[in-house]
Write a protein that binds this ligand. Structure first.
Ligand code: GDP
Ligand code: ZN
Length: 337
């Protein structure tokens, strides 16, 4: 396989060359199952474990391989088993709070170029939710593109496009119907050879339908692969990174479907840029934008230039981020003890 079709480029090549290890070959993680990784290389497909050194050096889950990662692999011809010795720096990453008590970053997809934020134009359409997804996208380092889906059911699509554009300046918005195959040609610039796309959106908005239409017939051939688990039984897992026949790569992991906020500071500034701007001209530096005199945010709400709901959504996200930051600090303290 030509690894440029898998997304290999000069960015990863430079990082790979810095490893300066002639025994390694580059490969991309296409699925993970119980600590074993499916890795696609030029030479073929390998079932890989991570090296002892990599495991020893890992400080958290973010230092372990994730679907979408480029890795340095040690393999032997004729042997399906291989060892991952290094993870190349990620161009972008989607991560979530690990479920449970401790907050730990878990990467659910990496090296995504474009993330399709899928929203159905029906009664479930929700700008506040779209704002959350935009935030996750900016935070990940991938470029967001908004897809308004199921447009075959919608008589006033222009109105939805306007609404989406109003909260996402500069982000492309496309109306599509995967079910009726409408508007899909607009997506082809994002699905060129070696470009990686991920889908984000609530359940039921049509992500699987879109992915199926994009995979076309390929899906039947590549989706399910059988792997041997640690007890030697065969189990079926899903390949979570798929190379389309006509170019383009789609990452679809279960984790992507349950994303939560993580360290969104940078994203919040991009998503809510106009509120951050307003806040800078409040009279007090530590203005909470409540009843303080000289608050530019409240003034904008009164003047009708800032939507009150949008401001509420901003505040809610900030609270979540503060909570996460607090838990993270606690964890650090425990570690030091
Ligand atoms: P997911 O949960 O986001 O993966 O959503 P699915 O792809 O499973 O779709 C949820 C439901 O919406 C299914 O019943 C689909 O048949 C339906 N659906 C998906 N795309 C379209 C579309 O373009 N138009 C219409 N009318 N229905 C669609
Ligand atoms: Zn203020």
């Amino acid at each position: 396989m030509n690894i440029h079709k898998l997304g290999w480029n000069s960015y990863f090549e430079t990082a790979f060359n810095l490893l300066a290890d002639g025994q390694l070959v580059p490969g991309r993680v296409v699925s993970e199952h119980k600590g074993m990784y499916r890795v696609q290389c030029a030479e073929g497909n390998f079932l890989a474990a991570i090296s002892g050194k990599l495991r020893f050096q890992a400080e958290g889950r973010e230092d372990l391989p994730a679907v979408g990662d480029w890795v340095g692999l040690r393999n032997r011809p004729g042997d399906e088993k291989a060892i991952i010795n290094a993870i190349l720096p990620r161009k972008s990453k989607f991560s979530r709070k690990k479920a449970g008590f401790a907050t730990e970053e878990q990467i659910v997809a990496s090296n995504v170029d474009t993330v399709f934020l899928v929203n159905a134009v029906n009664a479930d359409f929700n700008l506040r939710r779209l704002e959350r997804y935009l935030l996750l996208a900016w935070e990940s380092g991938a470029t967001p593109v908004i897809l308004l889906s199921k447009t075959d059911l919608c008589p006033n699509i222009a109105e939805y496009i306007n609404q989406a554009e109003s909260i996402a300046p500069g982000v492309p918005v496309y109306a599509i119907s995967a079910g009726k195959r409408l508007g899909l040609e607009q997506l082809s610039p994002y699905l060129g050879e070696g470009k990686t796309v991920a889908l984000l959106g609530s359940s039921g908005v049509g992500k699987s339908t879109l992915a199926n239409v994009l995979y076309g017939e390929d899906l039947l051939h590549v989706h399910a692969i059988r792997e041997e688990d640690d007890k030697g039984r065969h189990t079926t897992t899903h390949r979570e990174l798929i190379v389309l026949k006509d170019g383009g790569i789609i990452i679809d992991t279960p984790g992507m479907r349950e994303l939560q906020l993580w360290n969104g500071e940078e994203g919040i500034q991009t998503s809510f840029n106009e509120i951050e701007e307003l806040a800078r001209s409040c009279r007090f530096n530590d203005c909470r934008h409540g009843i303080e005199p000289g608050c530019s945010v409240q003034a904008a709400i009164l003047a009708g230039t800032l939507d009150k709901k949008r401001f509420k959504s901003y505040q809610k996200l900030q609270k979540e981020l503060q909570y996460l930051a607090k838990k993270e600090k606690q964890k650090e303290r425990q570690k030091r003890r």
